[in-house]
Design a protein around this ligand. Sequence first.
Ligand SMILES: C[S@@+](CC[C@H](N)C(=O)[O-])C[C@H]1O[C@@H](n2cnc3c(N)ncnc32)[C@H](O)[C@@H]1O
Length: 428
Amino acid sequence: MMKLKNSNKNMENLLVNDINESKATLKNINWNFYQKSTFSPHEVRPFNCRRHHWFPATFIPEIPFTLIEVLTLPNAVVYDPFAGIGTTYFQAIILNRKPLATEICRVAVEYMRSLFILFNPKINFDDLKEKFNKMLKGFNPHEDYISDVLENILINELKHWYSEKTLNQLSFLFIKEASCSDKVAKAAMRISISQILKTASSQDRGWGCVADNVLPKKEQIKDKEVVRLFENHISILLEDISEHLRYVDSMYGQRYKELAGMETILYEDIRECKMIPDNSVDLVVTSPPYPNMTDYVTSQRLSYYFLGFDLVDNKGLKDRNLEIGARSKRSRKDSIASYCKDMQKANEVISKKIKRGGYACYVMPVFNGDNENNRNRKRIIHKVISSMDEYDLIKEDEYERVLPQIRRSHNIKWATLEREKIYLFRRA
Ligand SMILES: C[S@@+](CC[C@H](N)C(=O)[O-])C[C@H]1O[C@@H](n2cnc3c(N)ncnc32)[C@H](O)[C@@H]1O
């Protein structure tokens, strides 16, 4: 692991490394990462959250892992205000830092909270696997499980997305999850069921259709072996976590216990964030939503139904109304102006949370194509980045990376996005 000295002698409690030394290290890093991994398999290494749950536009774990390791010291407070499924959060945990996350998509919040439960070093993963093997042996393909779950209004919504056979297998899993009283097993089940809902769905035309509630057509409906998918997924999940926990340092158990007694994964709109005190964060690592490009909340529609979070809660407030930059608002006249205003408010709040002398790293897209859309997007990103100093966030450096082809081809909207930049700021 890299060791840099903390030369901020006058700044008490600031757990960051010297800015010039850090910048020299960061300059020499190949941020593309997609060639051969530079991380040894025999030491603590990046944990890939998106391997276990599909979520749009997550960043690769190598980015926060490297930034946290180079810029901060152990015990530093590392915060992701737009946390998604927790890529920054879980690198901070395994690197012996104190993680904090805010997020408005309750599916993502639930994923992070469930994953945190599974990061308990006391779990016996072999016993847990055995428990699931036994449970799955109880599945009888000729039994009707569907009628037991359809009374649940939200689960009822799911019936349009799967064949009857697939829904019957899913219903078996829903019943097992609902009746599971073991917190750890339940957390693993919630993650794995939530993950397979999209893969098993008959809507195979991409997340945009799920986000827009475009139900699969008759000819799209296909049977999927959901119980087998679940079995594979849960075993990969448990193996991956136990493998990563093998290399954490000797303080991990104590730290985990302390974190388990605190609220560190917060369902909060960053613009209104009150639960994180001002001047308390050493490093922010985040990738904010980009303008009019993604619908994070509604892309998770199937998981919202399963987890019992309606897209509308009892106050009539919808998670998607809190979402900054949502693609679904793209045709509104004021969508770009609102995005800029929302990001400025977010940056003002984020900056206040950071200790003076602490750092913020933002991953932002580089739009290059010479069409009007791209020119506008480029202008907006420039506006957001160049206004950071109004909130005392002074730009120190920037690092460019090339996006691998696979991510670019996921979605036609990303086709022109070939590069992104990591901006490093320091709070004055
Ligand atoms: C680019 S994604 C972050 C992905 C994350 N880096 C990861 O790897 O999982 C941006 C996130 O910002 C969240 N978001 C949007 N508006 C928000 C708001 N007002 N407050 C907090 N989070 C918000 C979205 O739900 C989405 O998860």
